[in-house]
Design a binder for this molecule. Structure first.
Ligand SMILES: N[C@@H](CCOP(=O)(O)O)C(=O)O
Length: 411
């Protein structure tokens, strides 16, 4: 692109003023900022806020309306927490109980887990805070760098094992049967007791009005059951008179629950070999909580959906483009929602909550790959790579001119 050799400030000011109105340039350090501005009073509708109140449940207004024609779509962000995932909710309960047991001189020397990243991060943090040794089994080269560094930094004994998550899970079960290590994966119901509080909190945040749908990404499948447990408890207590329909969303590359659902539940469950997925935290083929998950889905008239790599990455990119910064697993949940919307199963006005399980900052490599258009066999159609530009005023003005004109609303 040719650089603007003779930058004509007045020409551009007049052009923009004529296109978008004189009074729309209140800020900046250039000539526009020298105009006298009286800031308009803003209306509550103008407020752009990530969160409703001071909570972790936010209305995904733009994403819902723009991409799904939905008016009542919410994201429950469980990744805004100490170690950046929903695992903190359960781990505080479990490690507190272990703390108590140790004070009672019970023979618990350490706490251990197999992990795809988030469980080990939470376990190591809470154990470190309590001065309890933690041992984590991680599948080598299968978790994000941000997740790997968490237990390392928190002083856990980290075993990087040359197998997948299911292999690590099998090993930790065998090891904890032999050694005084307390097992911290979600087959331990203490974890679920903590995790179910997210469901109770959703109801409280909606002032005990029950949403129509809650969509949860699923891997080891403790979480979908924990949500059911929380909703069911509120119903039993008479706080609400029904529970939401649950949707469990799986990556198509690791979809044993989806296959079981499609086979009609009655067939015997068959574990699968989980293939590589960007949703690495749910890359699990033999989930420990399969029976609980099936129970939760049956009881809530639930649905299981799956998302391909293309679908989950595109959903994540679109969501991010509306101001979110979600993890790929939340991309799986959104991709499932898109499918259910397209099939007319979830309606325009259905109040729907998508559970975002971890912070997007734990999964930056997948976003970098996508926005660099650098993923084999994937069309990165919403990629937004940075523009390389020469360090001269004319070149910068040239690209900005083109960009801004493409953004001026057409009357
Ligand atoms: N995604 C999990 C896998 C282990 O699940 P858990 O809920 O049984 O601990 C992880 O973050 O490690």
């Amino acid at each position: 692109m040719a650089a603007l050799k003779n930058y004509d400030g007045k020409y551009w000011r007049d052009l923009f003023d004529s296109r978008i109105g004189k009074t729309t340039w209140p800020y900046g350090s250039g000539v526009w900022s020298k105009k006298e501005w009286v800031l308009p009073e803003i209306d509550s509708d103008d407020i752009v806020s990530a969160f409703e109140g001071n909570s972790n449940l936010f209305w995904a207004e733009r994403y819902g309306k723009q991409f799904l024609s939905m008016n009542d779509l919410w994201v429950k962000h469980c990744g805004i927490s100490h170690t950046g995932s929903f695992k903190d909710l359960g781990m505080t309960v479990l490690v507190s109980q272990v703390n108590r047991l140790r004070k009672m001189n019970r023979p618990v020397v350490g706490v251990g887990c197999a992990s795809t990243g988030d469980t080990s991060a939470a376990l190591s943090a809470y154990c470190a805070a309590a001065g309890i040794p933690s041992i984590v089994f991680l599948p080598a080269n299968r978790i994000s760098l941000a997740q790997l560094v968490q237990p390392i930094a928190n002083g856990a004994f980290v075993l990087s094992i040359d197998t997948d998550f299911d292999g690590c899970m099998q090993l930790i079960r065998e090891v904890t049967a032999e050694l005084p290590i307390y097992l911290a994966n979600s087959l331990n119901s203490l974890r679920l007791e903590g995790q179910k509080t997210a469901a109770i909190e959703i109801l409280q945040q909606f002032d005990w009005e029950v949403p129509d749908w809650v969509i949860v990404p699923g891997g080891n499948l403790g979480n979908i059951y924990a949500f059911y447990k929380g909703f069911h408890m509120c119903k039993e207590l008479g706080l609400v008179d029904k529970i939401p329909r649950l949707v469990c969303a799986q990556a198509a590359n690791a979809n044993p629950l989806y296959l079981h659902y499609k086979a009609g539940w009655d067939q015997e469950f068959k574990p699968v070999k989980a293939n590589t997925t960007f949703a690495s935290a749910i890359q699990i083929g033999d989930p420990v909580s399969i029976d609980r998950a099936v129970y939760a889905l049956k009881k809530s008239n639930g649905i299981v959906e799956e998302a391909s790599e293309q679908e989950l990455m595109d959903a994540m990119a679109q969501a991010d483009s509306t101001g979110m910064f979600i993890c790929p697993h939340t991309g799986v949940a959104l991709a499932a929602l898109i499918k259910l919307r397209n099939q007319g199963i979830i309606g325009t006005n259905d109040r729907t909550v998508v559970v975002s399980t971890a912070h997007g900052l734990k999964f930056t490599q997948s976003k970098i790959d996508y926005h660099s258009n650098d993923i084999k066999d994937l069309a990165c159609k919403y990629a937004n790579p940075p523009m390389q530009v020469k360090a001269d005023f004319g070149s910068v003005m040239d690209v900005l001119k083109k960009y801004l004109l493409s953004k001026v609303p057409k009357n």
